[in-house]
Design a protein around this ligand. Structure first.
Ligand code: DOR
Length: 442
């Protein structure tokens, strides 16, 4: 009789092959068999009866703030929030202090995350005017998710606002690069539209045209240089319509907050929903949902961007932009699945298959033999209220505090290890850098 290290038994597996009952046999941290394993033995059995087993959810946009801003978050606390929320892998952003723009800064982050973070990880390198000539080498480093460019300024000092600067970066690299797409020149011109003390003026200042104009410039530059771009956190209906015509060069990220919150939230939550690009009115939200249904949206990223209560409470516009999200991505989106806004298969498509397909993550993002046994195990029927005291982030708050959802993460499995099970951290600190097929060395 075949003996596996671990068998996840009796779960309903949601993968590329549909949603159906199957067992998953794990050997050496990888998926070794999939199907009816009732005749096989196991050293460890995890009973998944009544639960859905998804490929591990990969959150491709988080800000974990280490080094330099660790009063908001660090790699340990951020990744603890990830696994408590059922996320098994993250791509982390370069607007730390120092910025992740050099080999030294990148290596230091890999060292700080390895066997300390709770999930597997990759770090983006920030593209700047100064480091263009090094980017081709940097984007190939093991554990590098690629190059990230801020075309509009947000938290931190990373900024490449000009077409020449973006063109130079795109020309230098070969992998898909990620962009914060808001037009810095327009943001500068429109600054006076911010009304002191009124965060609902944030989307007026950072208008749909500011986002669309930048995305048009960016797509033109991608075409000119023949490179692939990943447009982060799409916030407007206009960009969804525009990007539908440019799927050959552009991939599209949408976020749970743009799909869940709208401008009516400013009255209740004020600066706590201040985010770049901003939360807008329902008409944009509806069109972003249409992008989810139509397939224009490739990926769901949380843009987890923690700031302390105090930093959020400064009077607008001194209040910091950003909110936590990595821990609430799975529950808020499963609630949308239960409400019929998207299918479970489409959720898996955007949080596992999408990252695998766009970024070529080695052995991650699919439940298939030979892949890492990264699994997100969920109870689709569990009703629970999200609360601030559940949030592991150093920031300690969520815009969804007090919201009851249906659908909850029960387990986060990383390379066969139960890292989180039933809300408890079971196997801490086994995080490893992810590898990418376009950057394999040897
Ligand atoms: O609101 C935001 N906050 N948007 C970003 O792009 C950056 C983020 C942060 O790092 O705080």
């Amino acid at each position: 009789m075949h003996i596996f290290e671990t068998i996840f038994r009796n779960g309903i597996v949601a993968n590329h092959d549909g949603v159906k009952e199957a067992d998953i046999g794990v050997q050496n941290g990888r998926i070794a068999a999939l199907g009816d394993l009732s005749r096989a033995a196991d050293e460890t059995m995890v009973d998944c009866k009544g639960l859905h087993v998804l490929p591990g959810v990969i959150d491709t946009q988080v800000h974990f703030r280490e080094p330099g801003l660790t009063h908001k978050e660090d790699l340990e606390s951020g990744s603890r929030g990830a696994v408590l929320g059922g996320v098994t892998g993250v791509f982390e952003m370069p607007n730390t202090n120092p910025l992740t723009t050099t080999r030294e800064a990148f290596d230091a982050k890999i060292a700080a995350g390895t066997n300390r973070m709770h999930c597997d990880f990759a770090f983006y390198v920030g593209g700047t005017h100064e480091n263009v000539s090094e980017l081709r080498e940097l984007e190939k480093l093991p554990g590098c998710a690629g190059i990230k460019v801020f075309m509009g300024s947000s938290t931190g000092s990373l900024l490449v606002q000009d077409d020449d600067g973006v063109e130079a970066i795109l020309s230098a690299i070969t992998r898909r690069a990620a962009f914060h797409s808001e037009d810095e020149y327009m943001l500068e011109e429109r600054k006076d539209l911010r009304i002191p003390g009124d965060p609902s003026s944030h989307p007026v200042w950072r208008s749909p045209e500011v986002a669309l104009n930048c995305t048009k410039r960016l797509v033109a530059l991608a075409r000119k240089t023949g490179k692939r771009i990943h447009v982060l956190h799409i916030s407007t209906g206009e960009e969804i319509a525009f990007l539908a015509d440019h799927k050959d060069v552009a991939s599209v990220e949408v976020t749970p907050h743009h799909l869940t919150l709208d401008d009516t939230s400013y009255a209740r939550l004020g600066t706590f929903v201040q985010m770049n690009p901003p939360i807008r009115d329902k008409s944009h939200q509806d069109k972003i949902w249409a992008g989810v249904s139509s397939g224009v949206a490739d990926i769901l990223g949380s843009d987890h961007a923690p700031h302390t209560l105090q930093e959020k409470q400064h009077p607008y516009p001194m209040s910091h932009s950003g909110m936590t999200g990595v821990q609430t991505l799975v529950p808020t989106m499963l609630n949308h699945v239960n409400a019929g806004k998207l299918s479970l298969e489409r959720f898996v498509d955007m949080t596992s298959h999408g990252p695998n397909r766009l970024f070529g993550i080695v052995r991650k993002g699919r439940i298939a033999v030979g892949y890492d046994a990264d699994l997100t195990i969920v109870d689709l029927k569990r009703r629970k209220t999200i609360t601030n005291d559940w949030i592991a982030s150093r920031a300690g708050w969520t815009p969804y505090d007090g919201i009851t959802v249906t659908g909850w993460p029960v387990g986060a499995i990383v390379r066969g290890h139960r890292v989180m099970w039933q809300g408890e951290l079971v196997t801490p600190g086994i995080g490893q850098p992810m590898l990418f097929s376009e950057a394999l060395t040897g």
